[in-house]
Ligand binder design. Structure first.
Ligand SMILES: C[S@@+](CC[C@H](N)C(=O)[O-])C[C@H]1O[C@@H](n2cnc3c(N)ncnc32)[C@H](O)[C@@H]1O
Length: 273
Protein backbone atom coordinates (compact mmCIF):
# COMPACT_ATOMS: atom_id res chain seq x y z
CA UNK A 1 0.00 0.00 0.00
CA UNK A 2 1.45 3.35 -1.00
CA UNK A 3 1.68 6.21 1.48
CA UNK A 4 0.61 9.66 0.36
CA UNK A 5 3.62 11.91 0.03
CA UNK A 6 3.99 15.67 -0.24
CA UNK A 7 5.15 15.47 -3.85
CA UNK A 8 1.68 14.35 -4.89
CA UNK A 9 -0.79 16.95 -6.18
CA UNK A 10 -3.60 17.99 -3.83
CA UNK A 11 -6.25 17.49 -6.45
CA UNK A 12 -7.71 14.10 -5.66
CA UNK A 13 -8.28 13.14 -9.27
CA UNK A 14 -4.67 13.83 -10.35
CA UNK A 15 -3.31 12.28 -7.15
CA UNK A 16 -5.32 9.13 -7.90
CA UNK A 17 -3.93 9.04 -11.40
CA UNK A 18 -0.33 9.11 -10.18
CA UNK A 19 -0.93 6.56 -7.45
CA UNK A 20 -2.75 4.29 -9.88
CA UNK A 21 0.14 4.40 -12.30
CA UNK A 22 2.47 3.30 -9.49
CA UNK A 23 0.21 0.58 -8.13
CA UNK A 24 -2.66 -0.24 -10.47
CA UNK A 25 -4.30 -2.72 -8.10
CA UNK A 26 -4.30 -0.47 -5.04
CA UNK A 27 -8.10 0.05 -5.13
CA UNK A 28 -8.76 -3.62 -5.48
CA UNK A 29 -6.48 -4.56 -2.65
CA UNK A 30 -6.40 -1.56 -0.35
CA UNK A 31 -6.21 -2.09 3.40
CA UNK A 32 -9.92 -2.18 4.01
CA UNK A 33 -10.44 -4.58 1.14
CA UNK A 34 -7.73 -6.86 2.42
CA UNK A 35 -9.57 -7.22 5.70
CA UNK A 36 -10.52 -10.86 5.90
CA UNK A 37 -9.32 -11.61 2.41
CA UNK A 38 -9.03 -15.38 1.99
CA UNK A 39 -7.88 -15.47 5.60
CA UNK A 40 -10.24 -18.14 6.68
CA UNK A 41 -12.64 -18.91 3.91
CA UNK A 42 -11.17 -18.10 0.53
CA UNK A 43 -13.65 -15.33 -0.17
CA UNK A 44 -12.54 -11.86 -1.13
CA UNK A 45 -14.56 -10.02 1.45
CA UNK A 46 -14.03 -6.29 1.25
CA UNK A 47 -15.74 -5.16 4.42
CA UNK A 48 -17.60 -6.17 7.53
CA UNK A 49 -20.87 -5.14 6.00
CA UNK A 50 -20.16 -7.19 2.93
CA UNK A 51 -20.01 -10.24 5.16
CA UNK A 52 -23.67 -9.53 5.68
CA UNK A 53 -24.12 -9.48 1.95
CA UNK A 54 -22.47 -12.84 1.51
CA UNK A 55 -24.64 -14.52 4.06
CA UNK A 56 -27.91 -13.04 2.88
CA UNK A 57 -27.51 -13.55 -0.84
CA UNK A 58 -30.51 -15.56 -2.01
CA UNK A 59 -30.39 -18.85 -0.19
CA UNK A 60 -26.65 -18.97 -0.68
CA UNK A 61 -24.39 -20.62 1.85
CA UNK A 62 -20.67 -21.11 2.04
CA UNK A 63 -18.30 -23.50 3.75
CA UNK A 64 -14.59 -24.07 3.67
CA UNK A 65 -12.77 -27.34 4.25
CA UNK A 66 -9.02 -27.65 3.96
CA UNK A 67 -8.77 -24.43 2.00
CA UNK A 68 -11.42 -25.45 -0.49
CA UNK A 69 -14.33 -23.02 -0.78
CA UNK A 70 -17.82 -24.33 -1.43
CA UNK A 71 -20.61 -21.94 -2.40
CA UNK A 72 -24.15 -23.27 -2.51
CA UNK A 73 -26.99 -21.66 -4.45
CA UNK A 74 -30.40 -22.94 -3.44
CA UNK A 75 -33.28 -22.66 -5.89
CA UNK A 76 -36.69 -24.08 -6.68
CA UNK A 77 -36.17 -25.19 -10.28
CA UNK A 78 -37.55 -28.73 -10.45
CA UNK A 79 -35.32 -29.94 -13.30
CA UNK A 80 -32.03 -29.57 -11.41
CA UNK A 81 -30.92 -30.67 -7.95
CA UNK A 82 -30.90 -27.98 -5.28
CA UNK A 83 -28.70 -26.47 -4.09
CA UNK A 84 -26.14 -25.99 -6.83
CA UNK A 85 -22.91 -26.47 -4.91
CA UNK A 86 -19.75 -25.18 -6.50
CA UNK A 87 -16.35 -26.02 -5.05
CA UNK A 88 -13.48 -23.68 -5.73
CA UNK A 89 -9.76 -23.84 -5.25
CA UNK A 90 -8.79 -20.24 -4.48
CA UNK A 91 -5.25 -19.01 -4.72
CA UNK A 92 -4.06 -15.41 -4.87
CA UNK A 93 -0.72 -16.45 -6.44
CA UNK A 94 -1.82 -16.16 -10.09
CA UNK A 95 -3.41 -12.76 -9.43
CA UNK A 96 -6.55 -11.20 -7.98
CA UNK A 97 -8.69 -13.45 -10.17
CA UNK A 98 -7.66 -16.44 -8.06
CA UNK A 99 -10.06 -15.26 -5.32
CA UNK A 100 -13.86 -15.33 -5.35
CA UNK A 101 -15.06 -11.74 -5.56
CA UNK A 102 -18.50 -10.64 -4.36
CA UNK A 103 -19.63 -9.35 -7.76
CA UNK A 104 -19.07 -12.84 -9.17
CA UNK A 105 -21.20 -14.34 -6.43
CA UNK A 106 -23.95 -11.81 -7.10
CA UNK A 107 -23.90 -12.52 -10.83
CA UNK A 108 -23.94 -16.29 -10.22
CA UNK A 109 -26.79 -15.89 -7.78
CA UNK A 110 -28.73 -13.76 -10.27
CA UNK A 111 -28.37 -16.39 -12.99
CA UNK A 112 -29.52 -19.15 -10.65
CA UNK A 113 -32.61 -17.10 -9.88
CA UNK A 114 -33.28 -16.57 -13.59
CA UNK A 115 -33.20 -20.33 -13.94
CA UNK A 116 -32.25 -22.96 -16.51
CA UNK A 117 -34.98 -22.19 -19.09
CA UNK A 118 -33.64 -18.71 -19.63
CA UNK A 119 -30.16 -19.91 -20.62
CA UNK A 120 -31.07 -23.24 -22.24
CA UNK A 121 -29.24 -23.88 -25.52
CA UNK A 122 -27.43 -20.53 -25.50
CA UNK A 123 -23.72 -20.00 -26.04
CA UNK A 124 -22.44 -18.33 -22.90
CA UNK A 125 -19.07 -16.70 -22.50
CA UNK A 126 -17.60 -15.23 -19.33
CA UNK A 127 -14.84 -12.62 -19.44
CA UNK A 128 -12.28 -12.30 -16.64
CA UNK A 129 -13.62 -15.46 -14.97
CA UNK A 130 -10.88 -15.73 -12.33
CA UNK A 131 -11.70 -18.90 -10.40
CA UNK A 132 -14.48 -19.58 -12.92
CA UNK A 133 -17.27 -19.34 -10.32
CA UNK A 134 -19.93 -17.72 -12.52
CA UNK A 135 -19.32 -20.00 -15.51
CA UNK A 136 -19.22 -23.08 -13.30
CA UNK A 137 -22.59 -22.22 -11.77
CA UNK A 138 -24.00 -21.65 -15.26
CA UNK A 139 -22.48 -24.97 -16.35
CA UNK A 140 -24.25 -26.74 -13.51
CA UNK A 141 -27.57 -25.14 -14.50
CA UNK A 142 -27.80 -26.51 -18.02
CA UNK A 143 -26.45 -28.91 -20.65
CA UNK A 144 -25.03 -26.54 -23.27
CA UNK A 145 -21.40 -25.44 -23.29
CA UNK A 146 -20.11 -22.43 -21.36
CA UNK A 147 -16.77 -20.72 -22.06
CA UNK A 148 -14.87 -19.31 -19.12
CA UNK A 149 -11.99 -17.07 -20.13
CA UNK A 150 -9.14 -15.12 -18.59
CA UNK A 151 -5.44 -14.42 -18.99
CA UNK A 152 -2.92 -17.27 -19.12
CA UNK A 153 -1.88 -17.28 -15.41
CA UNK A 154 -5.47 -17.98 -14.34
CA UNK A 155 -6.09 -20.89 -16.70
CA UNK A 156 -4.63 -23.63 -14.43
CA UNK A 157 -6.86 -22.72 -11.47
CA UNK A 158 -9.89 -22.47 -13.77
CA UNK A 159 -9.13 -25.93 -15.20
CA UNK A 160 -8.67 -27.29 -11.69
CA UNK A 161 -12.06 -25.91 -10.69
CA UNK A 162 -13.76 -27.31 -13.78
CA UNK A 163 -12.43 -30.80 -12.92
CA UNK A 164 -13.29 -30.41 -9.25
CA UNK A 165 -16.90 -29.80 -10.20
CA UNK A 166 -16.87 -32.54 -12.87
CA UNK A 167 -17.95 -30.07 -15.53
CA UNK A 168 -15.36 -30.97 -18.19
CA UNK A 169 -18.13 -31.81 -20.69
CA UNK A 170 -19.88 -28.51 -20.25
CA UNK A 171 -17.41 -25.80 -19.27
CA UNK A 172 -14.52 -24.90 -21.56
CA UNK A 173 -11.52 -22.91 -20.34
CA UNK A 174 -9.96 -20.55 -22.87
CA UNK A 175 -7.43 -17.74 -22.89
CA UNK A 176 -8.96 -14.45 -23.91
CA UNK A 177 -6.97 -11.28 -23.36
CA UNK A 178 -9.10 -8.18 -23.58
CA UNK A 179 -8.19 -6.04 -26.53
CA UNK A 180 -6.76 -8.99 -28.48
CA UNK A 181 -8.57 -10.62 -31.39
CA UNK A 182 -11.22 -13.11 -30.26
CA UNK A 183 -9.75 -16.62 -30.66
CA UNK A 184 -11.29 -18.41 -33.65
CA UNK A 185 -12.41 -21.40 -31.55
CA UNK A 186 -14.64 -19.24 -29.33
CA UNK A 187 -18.09 -19.10 -30.93
CA UNK A 188 -20.19 -15.96 -31.01
CA UNK A 189 -21.86 -15.84 -27.57
CA UNK A 190 -25.58 -15.35 -27.05
CA UNK A 191 -24.86 -14.21 -23.51
CA UNK A 192 -21.72 -12.47 -22.24
CA UNK A 193 -20.98 -12.33 -18.53
CA UNK A 194 -18.44 -10.26 -16.61
CA UNK A 195 -18.02 -9.74 -12.87
CA UNK A 196 -15.70 -7.34 -11.11
CA UNK A 197 -13.69 -6.52 -14.20
CA UNK A 198 -13.48 -2.71 -13.69
CA UNK A 199 -10.46 -2.08 -11.49
CA UNK A 200 -7.37 -1.48 -13.61
CA UNK A 201 -7.49 1.69 -15.64
CA UNK A 202 -5.11 0.68 -18.47
CA UNK A 203 -7.41 -2.28 -19.14
CA UNK A 204 -10.56 -0.12 -19.49
CA UNK A 205 -10.27 0.46 -23.27
CA UNK A 206 -9.25 -3.17 -23.79
CA UNK A 207 -12.33 -4.48 -21.98
CA UNK A 208 -14.59 -2.11 -23.90
CA UNK A 209 -13.01 -3.26 -27.16
CA UNK A 210 -13.56 -6.93 -26.34
CA UNK A 211 -17.17 -6.34 -25.28
CA UNK A 212 -17.66 -4.47 -28.53
CA UNK A 213 -15.93 -7.14 -30.65
CA UNK A 214 -18.02 -9.91 -29.11
CA UNK A 215 -21.39 -8.27 -29.27
CA UNK A 216 -24.08 -7.35 -31.72
CA UNK A 217 -27.62 -6.12 -31.22
CA UNK A 218 -28.82 -9.63 -30.41
CA UNK A 219 -26.65 -10.90 -27.60
CA UNK A 220 -27.20 -10.11 -23.96
CA UNK A 221 -24.49 -8.84 -21.65
CA UNK A 222 -24.64 -9.02 -17.86
CA UNK A 223 -22.04 -6.91 -16.17
CA UNK A 224 -21.65 -6.85 -12.40
CA UNK A 225 -19.24 -4.32 -10.94
CA UNK A 226 -18.19 -2.73 -7.72
CA UNK A 227 -17.61 0.99 -7.80
CA UNK A 228 -14.26 1.68 -6.16
CA UNK A 229 -13.07 5.08 -7.26
CA UNK A 230 -13.81 8.13 -9.32
CA UNK A 231 -11.72 6.93 -12.24
CA UNK A 232 -14.22 4.10 -12.80
CA UNK A 233 -16.29 6.80 -14.49
CA UNK A 234 -13.77 6.78 -17.30
CA UNK A 235 -14.64 3.17 -18.01
CA UNK A 236 -18.30 4.07 -18.34
CA UNK A 237 -17.35 7.09 -20.44
CA UNK A 238 -15.63 4.73 -22.88
CA UNK A 239 -18.42 2.16 -22.66
CA UNK A 240 -21.16 4.63 -23.55
CA UNK A 241 -19.66 5.17 -27.01
CA UNK A 242 -20.79 1.62 -27.86
CA UNK A 243 -23.39 0.58 -25.29
CA UNK A 244 -26.33 1.75 -23.27
CA UNK A 245 -27.29 -0.05 -20.05
CA UNK A 246 -29.94 -0.57 -17.46
CA UNK A 247 -29.95 -2.22 -14.09
CA UNK A 248 -30.67 -5.95 -14.27
CA UNK A 249 -32.64 -7.49 -11.49
CA UNK A 250 -34.86 -10.31 -10.59
CA UNK A 251 -38.26 -9.01 -9.59
CA UNK A 252 -38.58 -8.52 -5.86
CA UNK A 253 -34.98 -9.48 -5.14
CA UNK A 254 -34.71 -8.62 -1.43
CA UNK A 255 -30.92 -8.49 -1.64
CA UNK A 256 -30.63 -5.80 -4.27
CA UNK A 257 -30.60 -2.97 -1.77
CA UNK A 258 -27.88 -4.69 0.22
CA UNK A 259 -25.52 -5.06 -2.68
CA UNK A 260 -26.31 -1.61 -3.98
CA UNK A 261 -25.39 -0.30 -0.55
CA UNK A 262 -22.03 -1.99 -1.06
CA UNK A 263 -21.68 -0.10 -4.36
CA UNK A 264 -22.12 -3.31 -6.35
CA UNK A 265 -24.41 -3.02 -9.34
CA UNK A 266 -25.57 -5.54 -11.88
CA UNK A 267 -26.35 -4.02 -15.25
CA UNK A 268 -27.36 -5.30 -18.65
CA UNK A 269 -25.55 -3.71 -21.59
CA UNK A 270 -27.10 -3.04 -25.00
CA UNK A 271 -25.00 -2.43 -28.06
CA UNK A 272 -25.66 0.80 -29.91
CA UNK A 273 -26.02 0.04 -33.62
C1 LIG B 1 -11.26 -8.87 -9.69
S1 LIG B 1 -11.00 -10.27 -10.66
C2 LIG B 1 -12.66 -10.91 -10.80
C3 LIG B 1 -12.68 -12.41 -11.02
C4 LIG B 1 -14.04 -13.04 -11.10
N1 LIG B 1 -14.79 -12.53 -12.24
C5 LIG B 1 -14.82 -12.86 -9.82
O1 LIG B 1 -15.80 -12.09 -9.83
O2 LIG B 1 -14.47 -13.49 -8.82
C6 LIG B 1 -10.74 -9.58 -12.32
C7 LIG B 1 -10.42 -10.63 -13.38
O3 LIG B 1 -10.18 -9.97 -14.63
C8 LIG B 1 -9.09 -10.59 -15.28
N2 LIG B 1 -8.41 -9.67 -16.21
C9 LIG B 1 -7.80 -8.50 -15.92
N3 LIG B 1 -7.27 -7.95 -17.01
C10 LIG B 1 -7.55 -8.78 -18.03
C11 LIG B 1 -7.26 -8.75 -19.43
N4 LIG B 1 -6.55 -7.73 -19.97
N5 LIG B 1 -7.70 -9.77 -20.19
C12 LIG B 1 -8.42 -10.77 -19.65
N6 LIG B 1 -8.73 -10.88 -18.33
C13 LIG B 1 -8.29 -9.88 -17.53
C14 LIG B 1 -8.16 -10.95 -14.11
O4 LIG B 1 -7.20 -11.93 -14.46
C15 LIG B 1 -9.16 -11.42 -13.06
O5 LIG B 1 -9.43 -12.78 -13.17
Amino acid sequence: MLQLDSSLPENEFFRDEILDSRDPLRHLMDDSELEGIIASDGLARPSGSLSELLTVLPQQSQSVHDGLLTLSFAHTWPSIPSPISTSLVVDAAPGCGGLAWPAGQILASYLVQRGPDYIRGKNILELGSGTGLVGLVVGALRDAKTWITDQAPLLPIMKQNVSLNKLEDKVIVAELNWGSPIPADIPRPDIILAADCVYFEPAFPLLVQTLNDLSDSKNEIYFCYKKRRKADKRFFGMLKKHFTWKEARVLDDPNRQIYNREAITLIQLFKIN
